[in-house]
Design a protein around this ligand. Sequence first.
Ligand code: PLP
Length: 425
Amino acid sequence: MTDLHRSISTATPDFWCNPRRTAAANGPRPEQFGGKPIGILAIHEADARFQRFAPLLATLFPELVPSKGQIESDLLPIASMQEALGLPLEKGRLWLKADHGLPVAGSIKARGGFHEVLEVAERLALQYKLIDSDAGYLALSQSKARQVFAKYQIAVGSTGNLGMSIGVMAAALGFRAVVHMSHEAKDWKKERLRGRGVEVVEHPGDYEQAVSRGRQLAKADPLCHFVDDERSTSLFLGYSACAFHLQRQLIAQQVTVDDLHPLLVYIPCGVGGAPSGIAWGLHHVFGNHVHCYFAEPVQSPCFLIQMLANEGQHPSVYDYGLSNHTEADGLAVPRASLLAGETMQSIVSGSFTVEDATLFKHLDMLRSTQGLRIEPSAAAGFSGPQWLKDDVLACTGATHLVWTTGGSLVPDTEYRKFLDWSPSG
Ligand SMILES: *Cc1c(COP(=O)(O)O)cnc(C)c1O
């Protein structure tokens, strides 16, 4: 047994550096997954779809009026947090990509989830000729379109945040929205969804079982579109599209990304769809100058074990004797997405694991230093820079970018429980 295998099976935090990355990162990338395009054109297409829908979204959601329907988050320098973490300035500067504050959904799932719902809506709109030459996409909020959408169901299996984003967007467009949840999903998320007109179906067992049951039920219904978190290229591309906007944000903040100024990105990872989609987009925009690291709970390192597996294998964290129990409910996934595994082979720079106690420590630290509210899953990236601090990449010119993936919609009572958390429960 290698040292890394030992730390995985004993739930000890560790870091893995991808040996396939150095040689291959500039090489050819897969242009397709499961017969669906995922290359640069498809990423641009996803971005263009968000733009086409923006005026409609601004009419459906009052909170999108200021941004004219753009679903985007801030890029913030976090010097106080950097100091609290003890990351010296000669190792680079610490930034935060504030997806915890993404409008409407309050999590990173707004990117992938909204994109897939919009893609379904657009396909039906073209098929039924619902987009008219005067009103354009705004016609999709009128009764003719809503009557068409009402015949269709959009379903998803989710630990919470994906269900929230799919459910809310699907219901807002007039679809029947169904979210299949594992029993352990948080009650406030279930209630919030029900309050928005989404049907919540609870399943015994873990996330994987909820997804597979939901997938089965949806298959039986030709008017149902099932959003498949484990293999959807539409979700993936929705995440990837963030790269263009981030590039503009970095330029606006005068942050250089080149040979002497590497961009190191730390992203929490559950099934792997969101972080791999983002890494995929960033890699197309920044090439070898961007280095993405995925963060997982010590009990749920499904992406890491997928990267260590031989070709054709699809291991689960239970195979390592792990429990998949973590307070980071967005990351409690036993088996990684194969789309993530395949696309990241030569692109992800590494990954690391985090104990729950560290998540809560960093969640509280971010509150006290920067006044930002995140959920436990979203704190996973903050231990990343520490693993890199002796690497040549962590130089004066480096930009460390921690992606905070959710939390702005967490109710006060729940957030207070995070602050009071202790290992004994
Ligand atoms: C879903 C989620 C992630 C990870 O996304 P995956 O696609 O499951 O890897 C990270 N953080 C939060 C808050 C999430 O909800």
